[in-house]
Design a binder for this molecule. Sequence first.
Ligand SMILES: Cc1ncc(COP(=O)(O)O)c(C=O)c1O
Length: 463
Amino acid sequence: MQPNPLAPSWLSVPQDANALATAVWSSNAARSESGELTVAGVPASALAAEFGTPLYVVDEMDARGRARLIRESFDREFARIGSSVKVYYAGKAFLSVEVARWMIDAGLNIDACSGGELAVALAAGAPAERLGLHGNNKSVREIDRAVGVGIGAIVLDSIIEIERVAEAATRHGRVQSVRLRVNSGVHASTHEFLATAREDQKFGIPLTEVAEVVALIRSHSSLKFLGLHSHIGSQIFETDGFAEAARRLFDVHAELLAGGPVPELNLGGGFGIAYTSVDDAFPIDELAARFADIVSAAAERLGVPVPVLAIEPGRSIIGNAGHTLYEVGTIKDVLVEGTAVRKYVSVDGGMSDNIRPALYGADYSARLANRSSDAEPALVRVAGKHCESGDIVVHAEYLPADVTPGDLLAVPATGAYCWSMASNYNYLGRPPVVAVRDGVARVLVRGETEEDLLRRDAGLDAS
Ligand SMILES: Cc1ncc(COP(=O)(O)O)c(C=O)c1O
């Protein structure tokens, strides 16, 4: 079959428009004998019947497995170079009480970037010393709470915060461990990185100012300086950007050693994952080996001890574990510029449950979930139901041409930054999140109903 001329160059006509690309789908996603999608043994139609659509479906053992794999791989590789690693799960990707427990069980720490995320991790029973707090504008209350519960580390992001955290630590009679977020001038995304002398962005302290700021941190007896922190971007497939950031940070790290201990270095998260079959993510064990090589080479170059490495992956743990199930509502064949047809398949969710395509132009893939089909593949655009032409769930995908209203569609790799960035746009309730494991589904986060949304409308109190 000839490709549709409207298809992007990266998207080829699939041999089988029902196939589930291994790198994109969770490890327990499969087709049953009847051709239906199952996740951890639970059929898509059973999930939709019990919980409705849209629905976020998280493959529990897949998420737990990725968390363990990342920790074990980094532990092994850093033991090889005589050091160790602290892996923080970046809760912003997706956090619920159960997910926090999975991460703690897998031996990870948890990184929160607001009081709300911290509250979820604490509600899960996560030990406070295994939590970290981020953010360029943490409120005084958030800082006070974090210090008060005995949080393991706070990442300072401005000079103003030094005083705020030091004061809170004094008030609580604690010595608070802190990292300093630096702006390395390296910004990486997918296959490229950009290195500037100074990046124009809100996060961190420029490297040129770090010595002075660390001296200020060290002047407070209520603060303990752990080391520098940098996060260079997201959805990164190459390690060159991390290597450049590590090189830049190490120059400063080595200078700081003259003034006192610098036991750690935090290189953030951002490891890329496969959203479509053309995304080629690094296997985690290879990534861990590269990181160990980068860090040991940088330390050797300057003749300093290899510090403890901290990393903060989010999407590479939870992204491919999650899927969204939608029901197809309407279908339109749109003749574009009089030459080719694009099939618009509209589903019952959209930018309120996945803002990433509209916000970043992110690409996703999709498959028929309630059945498979031998029909010829047709180029489709999966659209949401919102009042916004940019409300697209999947820009371009080939699906069997007989896709029809009432079919279920599954979009894989929606475990990260979908539920956590969801909104109530157009008064849609945020969908529930269910975990599936060994043929059983259970709710992780309940969905919102119209009643939930109306309950918050104070106008009703007056009537
Ligand atoms: C400071 C920081 N750490 C970690 C992460 C996690 O990134 P990812 O989920 O891409 O691994 C982010 C994401 O924005 C971040 O800003």
